[in-house]
Design a binder for this molecule. Sequence first.
Ligand code: FAD
Ligand code: SF4
Length: 594
Amino acid sequence: MTTRRTNPKVDAVIVGFGWAGSLMAAELSRANMNVVAIDRGPWRDTFPDTPLTADPDELRWKTRRELLAPPHDTTLTMRNTLDQTAVPQRDFGISELGGGVGGQGFQWAGMAWRFNPWDFRVRSETIQRYGMARAEDGELQLQDWGITYAELEPDYDRWEQIAGVAGQAGNLRGKLTSRGNPFEGPRSREYPTPKLKTLRMMEIFNKATSEMGLHPFTIPCANVSQAYVNPLGVTMAPCTYCGFCSSYGCGNYSKASPQTCVFPALLNNNPNFRLITNACVTRVNKAADGKSVTGVTYIDQNGSEVLQPADIICLTAFQMENVRLMLLSGISKPYDPLTSEGVVGRNFSFQTVSGADLWFEEDHINPFIGAGGLGSQIDDYNSDNFDHSSLDFIGGAGILTLSRDGTPIANANKLPPGTPRWGSGFKRAYSNYYQNYGVLFNQGTSMPIKRGYLDLDPTYKDPFGLPLLRLTYDYARNDRAMATFTMNRAIQIGKRMGASQISAFNFAEKPFTTAIGASNHTIGGAVMGADPTSSAVNSHLQSWDCHNVFVVGASAFPNNGGYNPTGTVGALALRAARAICGNYARKPGALQKG
Ligand SMILES: Cc1cc2nc3c(=O)[nH]c(=O)nc-3n(C[C@H](O)[C@H](O)[C@H](O)COP(=O)(O)OP(=O)(O)OC[C@H]3O[C@@H](n4cnc5c(N)ncnc54)[C@H](O)[C@@H]3O)c2cc1C
Ligand code: SF4
């Protein structure tokens, strides 16, 4: 394909317009920079795509996943070990990629977490508390983030204000409040909106875990609990607990999303900002000196190749595509799993999930009332909140129960083992247990391993003829042990809750597969750190090797916490934008010495 067109040069180009991209675009254009955002998906908004006046269509949004990018357009290949041949993933599985502007943030559930302070310093803390042998077991590749929780706290705070997060503080400026999560890092102020209501399943969980001496709290979520105006001047309406939330757009303007919280401030009469849709960025163009870049190349909706010159390039195309674009563009050294040298592709991790399905006989859970992020959790077995001295692993999981969606098609699979799959037996069981099903979901930490990495596939290509991303990964022994431990805790909690039937699950007991239905919380591949030999970006998410490239998203996490990622993605995006608008704009160049 020959180059057809060159756009006028801008101050900054944003590649991908989900949470990370829209937050950065808003902050940079507020600082009077000329910004262009490019997204490969189509325009999408609450109206006309998911208005309040249209019934939530479960078949369309939740079963067929029409808000996601279809795997025949964008996928990856996968293998467990170096000696296997990777094959393309044919279903959504772990890569539920955004299929339009707003990315996944238009349809996410809304659990709005901060990571635990320990998550940012896993290596240092492990060595300090349990000794070097625990941190270096031959398989793990632990490294600190080059930033502490305290340094990120102001950005977490701004992200929560923008999203209107509903919650209850557990640790306010170092003082435990007894009503929120006592294990959370210190917060500088309360959540912007009060926590959501406690629904029946949460009541049962809260009672049982309190009686066991554990510390339940309501999950902070970006489903706002009351009318709210965010710092960008956008108004949100209170959540109605409609229960059609995760995988749907919110017609009520109650679920925080780029569309609801950021777009109005960014797109209304803003001469500094332009959005280009249906345009896939294929390369970041390096300057002749190899130490900076000059812009990006994209394919527009007519199939023409276009150059977009810019002084600053922000890759915000989600964890996977950020890494792929770095590899396709030759930015920094690709990771070699045999020597642990190189940085791009390094430390891919997932989330280690186990738990238990529960069925009750007498209670009515009323699952059709719920909100995407709503549930109760205990953090007693998360992070390093419990003593691991006599255990053979580090890390843990938040054990949570959900009150979020009673979607009738999806829940037809939530029946006790042995239930007939059709006929009168199935109908009887479904009408009985639809009301009485609950889950304990252990969202676990994931530790990076030397042989878990991303590179370009030697065989398979995308529709533009460019190599697909190849994932090589299997669970660490550490993570398997952690998942078994937390699964057993979930069984104990389920019994205490009075479930008549319990069916435990542990995704980590089998080899890792992309077809897993646990979550899409993939991380790593362009990790942040203080050392350029083991990280691709510094603590401002600036590339060590090309100072005008910022790589923003979960690609920067060196390890995964026992929480959903988006709060941390949002905070890191705001931190990177702060660095660009402040120090970098005044004096372009490396913001940190390696
Ligand atoms: C159903 C669902 C529920 C979820 N629930 C939660 C939750 O409760 N809590 C939580 O924390 N997280 C949750 N997540 C995950 C969360 O939505 C993501 O972590 C977050 O939205 C990622 O934001 P991002 O901006 O990094 O990436 P994305 O939202 O993926 O945005 C990336 C954008 O880049 C565009 N793009 C990609 N490649 C290119 C390219 N080459 N050129 C141009 N554009 C490109 C894409 O079209 C997309 O719009 C959920 C996700 C899903 C799908
Ligand atoms: S549950 Fe609340 S936030 Fe979610 S879609 Fe319904 S009204 Fe919106």
